[in-house]
Design a binder for this molecule. Structure first.
Ligand code: SF4
Length: 178
């Protein structure tokens, strides 16, 4: 496994966001088994990602073996998590006969109320929408960019909500370019 990118964490300046890569052969075949073996993981089979929470961290594993992690203490912690995922994936593959793929994995669905809950809810209209709910709907439809909610991005008190919303959108397969 290796680290690919280390970025600042927007929720906590003392932490980092990390993108790494695990080294697992035929990982796309391993994914359905892995998704059913990580407690509380959500799985989007069509888009090819698994996401789960590890403490405050949001971990997203993509079918191309890339792993995105938020709220990471340091590079050492990122390496440890990557190693854990890699070992788990290998172990799961070895024991795949014991995993029932007919058992539904927890599907991840994100809706406008989920997004709204992380917005400032002030209806300030700075994004050009009359309400935060209208913004949430358009964000999910791809008609709005998350950065257009300037309150969420400019005010430090929304840092945690911002980080959580970004993590949720990324986990749901949205392209969030920051
Ligand atoms: S800019 Fe943000 S806080 Fe203001 S209305 Fe739009 S979504 Fe709501």
């Amino acid at each position: 496994m290796k680290l690919k990118e280390v970025l600042p964490c927007m929720a906590d300046p003392k932490k980092i966001r990390v993108i790494g890569k695990i080294d697992v052969e035929d990982f796309t075949q391993v994914m359905p088994y892995l998704a059913r073996s990580i407690p509380n993981a959500s799985y989007n089979e069509k888009s090819g990602w698994i996401t789960f929470k590890k403490g405050v961290r949001i971990i997203t594993i993509h079918s191309d073996s890339f792993v995105a992690m938020t709220q990471i203490k340091d590079e050492k912690e990122a390496i440890e998590i990557l190693k854990e995922i890699e070992e788990k994936a290998k172990e799961v593959w070895k024991n795949r006969d014991k995993i029932d793929l007919n058992k539904p994995a927890k599907a991840s669905v994100i809706n406008s109320l989920d997004v709204y809950n992380y917005l400032p809810k002030t209806n300030c209209k700075k994004c050009g929408e009359l309400t935060c709910m209208a913004f949430a709907v358009k964000l999910l439809n791809g008609e709005k960019d998350i950065r257009e909610c300037t309150q969420l991005f400019d005010e430090e008190k929304y840092a945690n909500a911002r980080e959580a919303l970004i993590g949720m959108l990324v986990a749901a397969g949205y392209d969030v370019e920051l």
